[in-house]
Write a protein that binds this ligand. Structure first.
Ligand code: DAH
Length: 345
C-alpha cells in the first residue's frame, strides 16, 4: 500500500507539471501556492516524520523534485512575462519624429530695445527702470516744461482719472530725474521703457510706444563726449560711419540737437527711408541744462552731463521694413511669428 504522503507528493508533482502559467495572475497564484511563505510543500516535507526509515530517502527526493519543478516552472514563466513586457516597451518607435513644440518668438520692439541696451552696456552704461505712472513734477516741471506748456494739456497727456497731477509718463526722461535725485555722479544709465501720449492712432503714430533714455553725468562731460558716444552707437546699431547733429530744442537740454545717421543712397530702401537725402533721423540729445541738474540736487558748477532719447518703434519699423506702427500692438500671431528667426536660443 502506498503511503499517504507519497500520494500527496505525486499529486502535487502532477499539478505543478500541468499548471498553466500564462498570465501574471496565474503565475502569482502558483508562486503563493508552491513557493510562498505558506506554501503547500512545507507540510509535505513535514510528512517525513511519518515515512518509515527505509523510504525516507525516496520520499525526500520526490519532495525535492516537486519543489525544483515548481521553482523552474515559476522562473520560466516569469522570464517569459518579463520579456513580453519588455517587448511592449520596445514597440515604441524611438526613431519617430517628436511632438512638435511651439516656440515663442521675441517681439520686434523687444529685440531692437535689447540690441540697443547691449550696445550701451558695452561702454559702461547700466540699465535703470522706473514707474510708468508719474507725477507732473518728474515728467514735466523738473525737466523744464512750464506749467502752461501745451504738452501738459489733456489733449496730449493721459492723466489718471480725477487727477490733475498723476499721469502716464509721456517720455522716459523722468527716469533721468529720479536717477539723479537718488544717486551721486558719476551717473551713467540707459533707461528703456514704455511711454504714452494721447495721439490719434494711425500707421505712423500710436498712443503707446517705447523709448530709450540715456544719461551721463560726471565731472568734465562735454559735447564732444556726447558726439563720440553717439558715433559709436550709430556704427554698432546701423553700421553708419557718419552722423550729424542738427541744432534743436528740448526744454531740459542746452544746447540741444537731433542726430541723423548717414545710411547712404545705394539701395532703393535707403532712398525711400531717407526720402532721398541719405540721412535718417534717429534721436534727440543735448547737454543736461544746469537748471535741471540743480532741480535734481546736483551741483552744476562741479558736474556736467549729456542726455539722449531714442524712439524704438521708428527704428524697428525701419530695421524690419514694416510700414504700420499699429502692427506692434495688435498681437497678431501672423505678424509676430515672422520674428522667430531672430530668436536667440
Ligand atoms: N524726451 C524727449 C521726447 O520724448 C526725447 C529726448 C530728447 C530725450 C533729448 C533726451 C534728450 O534725453 O536729451 O521727445
Amino acid at each position: 500500500m502506498e503511503l499517504e504522503a507519497f500520494v500527496l507528493a505525486e499529486q502535487y508533482l502532477s499539478e505543478v507539471e500541468a499548471a498553466a502559467l500564462e498570465t501574471e495572475e496565474q503565475t502569482e497564484q502558483f508562486r503563493l501556492r508552491y513557493l510562498g511563505t505558506k506554501n503547500l510543500l512545507k507540510p509535505l516535507f513535514d510528512e517525513m516524520r511519518n515515512v518509515p526509515n527505509d523510504r525516507k530517502k525516496e520520499f525526500g527526493q520526490l519532495c525535492n523534485k516537486v519543489k525544483t519543478t515548481a521553482e523552474n516552472k515559476f522562473q520560466e514563466a516569469k522570464n517569459i512575462l518579463d520579456r513580453s513586457k519588455l517587448n511592449q516597451f520596445e514597440r515604441i518607435d524611438l526613431s519617430a519624429p517628436g511632438e512638435p513644440m511651439q516656440l515663442g518668438s521675441r517681439h520686434p520692439v523687444a529685440l531692437v530695445m535689447e540690441e540697443m541696451v547691449a550696445i550701451f552696456e558695452r561702454i559702461g552704461f547700466s540699465v535703470a527702470e522706473e514707474r510708468e505712472i508719474e507725477d507732473d513734477w518728474h515728467n514735466f516741471s523738473a525737466l523744464g516744461t512750464p506749467e502752461d506748456h501745451p504738452a501738459r494739456d489733456m489733449q496730449d497727456t493721459f492723466y489718471l482719472q480725477n487727477s490733475t497731477t498723476m499721469l502716464l509718463r509721456t517720455h522716459t526722461s523722468p527716469v533721468q530725474v529720479r536717477t539723479m535725485l537718488n544717486g551721486k555722479p558719476p551717473i551713467r544709465i540707459i533707461a528703456p521703457g514704455r511711454v504714452y501720449r494721447n495721439e490719434t492712432i494711425s500707421a505712423r503714430s500710436h498712443c503707446q510706444f517705447h523709448q530709450i533714455e540715456g544719461l551721463y553725468v560726471a565731472e568734465n562731460v562735454s559735447f564732444a563726449d556726447l558726439r563720440q558716444t553717439l558715433t559709436y552707437f550709430a556704427k554698432e546699431m546701423f553700421g553708419a560711419t557718419k552722423i550729424r547733429l542738427r541744432p534743436s530744442y528740448f526744454p531740459f537740454t542746452e544746447p540741444s540737437a537731433e542726430m541723423d545717421v548717414y545710411l547712404g543712397l545705394e539701395t532703393e530702401r535707403d532712398q525711400r527711408l531717407t526720402k532721398g537725402t541719405g540721412w535718417l533721423e534717429v534721436l534727440g540729445c543735448g547737454m543736461v541744462d544746469p537748471v535741471v541738474l540743480t532741480s535734481c540736487g546736483i551741483d552744476p558748477e562741479k558736474y556736467t552731463g549729456f542726455a539722449f532719447g531714442i524712439g524704438i518703434e521708428r527704428i524697428a519699423l525701419f530695421k524690419y521694413q514694416i510700414d504700420d506702427i499699429r502692427l506692434f500692438f495688435e498681437n497678431d500671431l501672423r505678424f509676430l511669428r515672422q520674428f522667430r528667426s531672430a530668436n536667440v536660443f
